[in-house]
Design a protein around this ligand. Structure first.
Ligand SMILES: *[C@@H]1O[C@H](CO)[C@@H](O)[C@H](O)[C@H]1NC(C)=O
Ligand SMILES: *[C@@H]1O[C@H](CO)[C@@H](O)[C@H](O)[C@H]1NC(C)=O
Ligand SMILES: *[C@@H]1O[C@H](CO)[C@@H](O)[C@H](O)[C@H]1NC(C)=O
Ligand SMILES: *[C@@H]1O[C@H](CO)[C@@H](O)[C@H](O)[C@H]1NC(C)=O
Length: 653
C-alpha cells in the first residue's frame, strides 16, 4: 500500500515547490550570507597542501570513530543537519579551481579529466577519470574517495560551527564533532507515505536554513550542483555544455531542460522490491570478493555469480539519473553517465550506501579479499591489461606527506578514517558482529525474499516454529507488513523440501555498448501490455535488468575498451513464480513444472535508447540463461539463507 501512496505524496510536494520556482521565474537561489567574506577565510584555511592528504576525520580527532547515518536519520539531528547543508553549500560555492571545492573533488571521478594533486595521467589515458570501474578495485577505490569528501566537508563544517554568536555556538561545535557523511538506503522500505527518494534530496530546489545569521532561503545543495561557471571547453558535447546545473530525469535533452525528481521517485519506488532482493542475495550468496566486487564478465570467475555490488550500483545510477528502467523517451541526466555522475549531490549519498554494503559484507566474509586481476577498462593511471592487486595505488588519494597512496590493503580497516556504520557497532567478537549484521540484513532487506515468505508460511503452519520462535522474528514482522504473498506454501507442493526450497534466476551477459546507449531487458510471464509506458507496472512484469552504458561522446578515452566490455547481472524469478502459482497460471513449483512454464511463458523484450524496442536476437552479444539453486532456509533472524551450487541451467538465448 505504501508504495502506491508514496509517489503521489512526493509528486504533490514536488509540484508545489516547482510551482513556486516558476512563479519566481529565473530567480537563482544563492549561498548563505554570513555577513562577511567567508570565501577569503575558506581559501586561507584550505590552501595548505596537507588538506589533500586523506585522513578522514582521524586527522583532527584521532581514535574518534562516529557512525555514518542514513540521511533520513541525520535529518532528525537538527544541528548536524543544518551544518551538513551549510557545509555542502559552501563547497559548491567555492571557486572551482580549488582542488577541495565541489568541482575539484567531484571532478576526480570522470570529467573534466583533469590532474588532481599533481597525479599525472599515464600516457594514452588523458581522456578518462581516475575512477576504476568493472575492476577488482571498484569497492576499494571509492572508499578513500568518500573519506576525502568527508574530510573536506567536516573541515568546512567545523569552521562554520564557530560562526554562531558566542552564546549559541556550543551545540554546533559539538554537532560538528559527530558529523559524518550520510548514506541513502535505496533498498529498504521507505517510511510509510514516503518515497525511497528522500524529499530533502529531490523535493525542492531551495531550502530554508536557520544559520549563524538567522533564517535564510538558499539553493538546496542536495537538489543539484550549479556549475560556476559551466566550462564549455572541458564539456565539449551537448547536452553537457548547455546544462548549467546537474539534472535528474531531464524533461528534454535541450538547453532548457529541468529535473523531474517525481519521475525519479516513482521509478525507484517501482524497483525497490527488486533492488532489495538483489541486495539480499548478494549478502547471502556472494562470499567471494572477486565475484562480489565488480560487474565485468570474466570467464571462470563469473560462472554461477552474475550479479555484483557494482551491477546493483549501476542500476541506481540509471534510476537516479533517469533514462533507465521504466522511463521511455527519456535520456538520462548526469547520474546516468559515468563521466558526469559525481557532480550530482546524490552521487556521494549513493556511494556511501555502497561503502556501507561493502563494510557489512567484509564483516560477513572477512577472509575474502582483492586477488590479482587484469584490468578490462583503463582509468587515468591504469592501462587495460595491467594486473591490479591489493597493493595497487588508489590514485590520487595520498596516504601521507611523502606522496604514498592508499591501497586496497590499507583501506581494508575503514575505522582508521574515523567512521563506521550502525550495523557494525557490536564488535565485541567477530561472531557477535556477524550475527548483528545478519539480523540487520533480515530486518531491512529480507521482506521481499522468497526465503522469508516460505519461512513465514511454514511458521504459520507450525512446521518451523521452534528455532525462530515464530512470529517474534523481526524479519517475519516486516515481511507480513509489506509482502503481497499470503498463504504461500499451502498450494506450493514441491517448493519446500525439508529445510530448503528452490530459487530461480535469469543470468544475463551483455555487451555494454551493444545499442550505443543505456538499455533495459524486460521479463514478463506472457504478453507485455501493448503500451510500453505500462511495462514497468504491469502485473505480469517479473523484472528488468538495466545496462548502464554511455553515448559515444561521454566515453572519452574509454571508448575502445567499452566497446568490447561484457557485463553481467541477474533478475530473480522466484517471487514472480510464487505469484503465478497463486494466480493459477502455474500448477506448482516442481522443477519440471517451472521449466515448462518458463519455456512457454517467459517473454523477453529490450528497450533501447529513446524507447525503441528490440528483439533479443537483435542485441549483439546478449546471452541469457536460467539457473536454479537449492537454498536452505535460515533457522533464526541471526542467519541468512544458505545457497547451494547452481543446478539445472538452461539457455534462453
Ligand atoms: C576549462 O577547461 C579547459 C580544458 O579542460 C581548461 O584548460 C580551462 O582552464 C578551464 N577553464 C576554467 C575557467 O576553468
Ligand atoms: C514528471 O514526471 C511525471 C511522472 O512521474 C509526469 O507525470 C510529469 O508530466 C513529468 N513532468 C514534466 C514536466 O515532464
Ligand atoms: C565457466 O564458463 C566457461 C566459459 O565461459 C566454461 O568454459 C567453463 O566450463 C565454466 N566453468 C564452470 C565451472 O561452469
Ligand atoms: C574467489 O574466486 C576467485 C576467482 O574464481 C578464485 O581464484 C579464488 O580462489 C576464490 N576465493 C575463494 C576464497 O574461494
Amino acid at each position: 500500500m505504501a508504495s502506491v501512496i508514496a509517489p503521489r505524496l512526493f509528486i504533490v510536494a514536488y509540484l508545489l515547490t516547482l510551482a513556486h520556482h516558476f512563479v519566481l521565474g529565473e530567480k537563482q537561489y544563492t549561498a548563505y550570507n554570513y555577513g562577511f567574506d567567508v570565501h577569503r577565510r575558506v581559501r586561507r584555511q584550505f590552501a595548505q597542501p596537507s588538506t589533500m592528504i586523506v585522513m578522514g576525520n582521524a586527522a583532527t580527532q584521532a581514535g574518534d570513530v562516529q557512525v555514518r547515518r542514513e540521511i533520513r536519520e541525520l535529518e532528525q539531528d537538527r544541528e548536524v543537519w543544518t551544518l551538513y547543508l551549510l557545509g555542502m553549500s559552501m563547497m559548491q560555492f567555492t571557486d572551482q579551481s580549488s582542488p577541495t571545492s565541489w568541482y575539484g573533488i567531484t571532478g576526480i571521478h570522470g570529467m573534466p579529466h583533469q590532474t588532481w594533486g599533481g597525479v599525472r595521467p599515464t600516457p594514452g589515458n588523458e581522456e578518462t577519470g581516475y575512477c576504476t570501474h568493472s575492476s577488482i578495485l571498484f569497492p576499494t577505490w571509492h572508499r578513500p574517495y568518500l573519506a576525502l569528501y568527508e574530510q573536506v566537508l567536516s573541515n568546512v563544517i567545523r569552521m562554520i560551527a564557530t560562526w554562531w554568536p558566542e552564546d549559541q555556538k556550543q551545540p554546533y561545535v559539538d554537532a560538528a564533532k559527530r558529523f559524518r557523511i550520510p548514506y541513502w538506503d535505496w533498498a529498504t522500505y521507505p517510511p510509510s507515505g514516503g518515497s525511497v527518494l528522500p524529499m530533502s534530496v529531490g523535493g525542492s530546489p531551495f531550502v530554508d536554513i536557520d544559520g549563524p545569521s538567522g533564517v535564510q532561503r538558499i539553493s538546496n545543495p542536495l537538489f543539484s550542483y550549479t556549475f560556476r561557471p559551466l566550462n564549455t571547453t572541458a564539456f565539449r558535447q551537448a547536452p553537457w555544455n548547455t546544462w548549467s546545473e546537474t539534472l535528474r530525469s531531464p524533461t528534454n535533452w535541450g538547453p532548457g531542460a529541468q529535473s523531474n525528481n517525481s519521475m525519479v521517485a516513482m521509478t525507484i519506488d517501482q524497483n525497490q522490491r527488486s533492488l532489495s532482493q538483489r541486495l539480499y542475495i548478494l549478502f547471502s550468496n556472494y562470499g567471494n570478493y572477486s565475484r562480489f566486487s565488480n560487474n565485468a564478465w570474466i570467464p571462470f570467475v563469473n560462472n554461477a555469480s552474475y550479479d555484483s555490488i557494482e551491477s546493483l550500483h549501476d542500476t541506481i545510477h540509471n534510476l537516479a539519473g533517469g533514462g533507465g528502467i521504466g522511463q521511455l523517451n527519456i535520456r538520462g541526466g548526469h547520474m546516468s553517465f559515468i563521466p558526469y555522475s559525481a557532480f550530482d549531490p546524490i552521487f556521494f549519498l549513493h556511494h556511501a550506501m555502497v561503502d556501507r554494503i561493502f563494510a557489512m559484507w567484509q564483516t560477513l566474509y572477512p577472509q575474502s579479499w582483492v586477488t590479482p586481476t587484469t584490468a578490462v577498462l583503463n582509468s587515468y593511471t591504469t592501462a587495460r591489461g595491467q594486473v591490479q592487486d591489493s597493493r595497487t595505488p588508489l590514485t590520487p588519494f595520498f596516504a601521507d606527506a611523502n606522496g604514498a597512496f592508499w591501497t586496497s590493503d590499507s583501506v581494508r580497516d575503514f575505522t582508521k578514517f574515523g567512521y563506521t556504520y550502525t550495523e557494525l557497532t557490536d564488535l565485541a567478537s567477530p561472531r557477535k558482529a556477524q550475527a548483528g549484521v545478519r539480523r540487520a540484513i533480515n530486518r531491512l532487506y529480507g521482506a521481499s525474499s522468497p526465503a522469508n515468505m516460505f519461512l513465514r508460511e511454514l511458521r504459520a503452519q507450525g512446521i518451523k516454529g521452534g528455532r525462530g520462535r515464530g512470529g517474534t522474528s523481526r524479519a517475519g514482522q516486516q515481511s507480513s507488513q509489506h509482502s503481497p504473498a499470503g498463504g504461500v506454501a499451502s498450494n506450493m507442493e514441491g517448493a519446500v523440501e525439508g529445510d530448503s526450497y528452490r530459487e530461480w534466476i535469469v543470468n544475463i551477459r551483455a555487451k555494454k555498448q551493444a545499442l550505443d546507449g543505456p538499455y533495459s531487458i524486460y521479463f514478463f510471464f506472457g504478453t507485455p501490455p501493448s503500451n510500453k509506458e505500462d511495462w514497468a507496472q504491469a502485473e505480469n512484469h517479473v523484472g528488468t535488468m538495466g545496462v548502464f552504458a554511455a553515448d559515444g561522446a561521454g566515453m572519452g578515452g574509454m571508448m575502445e575498451a567499452m566497446k568490447e566490455l561484457e557485463v553481467s547481472g541477474t533478475v530473480p524469478l522466484t517471487t514472480g513464480l510464487i505469484k503465478a502459482v497463486q494466480g493459477g497460471e502455474l500448477e506448482g513449483l516442481q522443477p519440471e513444472e517451472v521449466v515448462r512454464f518458463l519455456r512457454e511463458r517467459l517473454v523477453i523484450s529490450v528497450l533501447g535508447p529513446e524507447g525503441r524496442e528490440f528483439g533479443v536476437s537483435e542485441v549483439k552479444g546478449l546471452k541469457l540463461s536460467v539457473g536454479s539453486f537449492r537454498v536452505r532456509l535460515p533457522g533464526s533472524e541471526d542467519e541468512l539463507p544458505v545457497w547451494g551450487e547452481e543446478e539445472g541451467t538452461f539457455d534462453l538465448v
